[in-house]
Design a protein around this ligand. Structure first.
Ligand SMILES: O=C(O)COP(=O)(O)O
Ligand SMILES: [Mg+2]
Length: 218
């Protein structure tokens, strides 16, 4: 039997508008100027610590200097309710229902911290699909280290597993975990798809159950 494990930001949900707003609100609280949304969006993918490192650097501050810890505390405080603008990508719910009907077990492995991950899944009505959820702070290491993904694989207890994500980090994580990888091309990736290791690419969630079905057969 098969398990399908998903990345979250840029894969199942478009959360960038809230991450951008949260970042700029914190920058303003600290008396720093706001950054362009596209620039902040480019920093998503390696967890909050890395995002704020890049934001401080782009703001002309020392990336891991004295502002980093207070900024992270403020960001995390807001993060658990920062989902007003976050939406599920089109076709995701139907695809998840179809995967469940096909007998797949579903999980999440994201670099978003676990508290806002659970909060946004509940808020969007997605929580019940995922008995196994690993966040960026669930273990001592995060993606691209394969450990959280491999822990999710172990918890789901299926003999075949596919990882689905949108980014360079997800491709590297699946590669390190030696798992088949499906890449959703409408998320926050910066690298051309053909430069990333992947088994198949899709731009519409209506394609996903068929791609999973093909990998199950192969
Ligand atoms: O929080 C991040 O940096 C990205 O989260 P993701 O792993 O769900 O894409
Ligand atoms: Mg992502």
């Amino acid at each position: 039997m098969i398990a399908v494990i998903f990345d979250l930001d840029g894969t199942l949900i478009d959360s960038a508008p809230d991450i951008v707003a949260n970042t700029n609100a914190v920058l303003q609280e600290l008396g720093l100027g706001v950054l362009p949304p596209a620039q902040i969006k480019g920093f998503i993918g390696k967890g909050v610590g890395h995002l704020l490192h890049c934001v401080l650097e782009a703001s002309g501050q020392v990336p891991d200097g004295p502002l980093h810890a207070p900024m992270q505390a403020r960001f995390n405080q807001r993060y658990e309710t920062a989902f007003e603008m976050t939406v599920i990508y089109p076709g995701v719910v139907k695809a998840l229902d179809q995967l469940v009907e096909m007998g797949c077990a579903l999980g999440i492995c994201t670099n978003k911290p676990i508290a806002p991950t659970h909060a946004v899944l509940r808020h969007l009505g997605l929580a019940e699909y995922f008995p196994v959820v690993y966040g960026g702070d669930s273990l001592a290491v995060r993606k691209p280290d394969p450990a959280p993904l491999l822990a999710a694989v172990k918890d789901l207890g299926r003999d075949r597993v596919i990882y689905v994500g949108d980014s360079e980090v997800d491709a590297a994580t699946a590669d390190a975990a030696k798992l088949p990888f499906l890449i959703y091309t409408e998320g926050y990736r910066k690298t051309p798809v053909h430069d990333l290791p992947h088994d198949a690419a899709f731009n519409d969630f209506r394609q996903l159950p068929g791609l999973v079905g093909n990998l199950m057969k192969g």
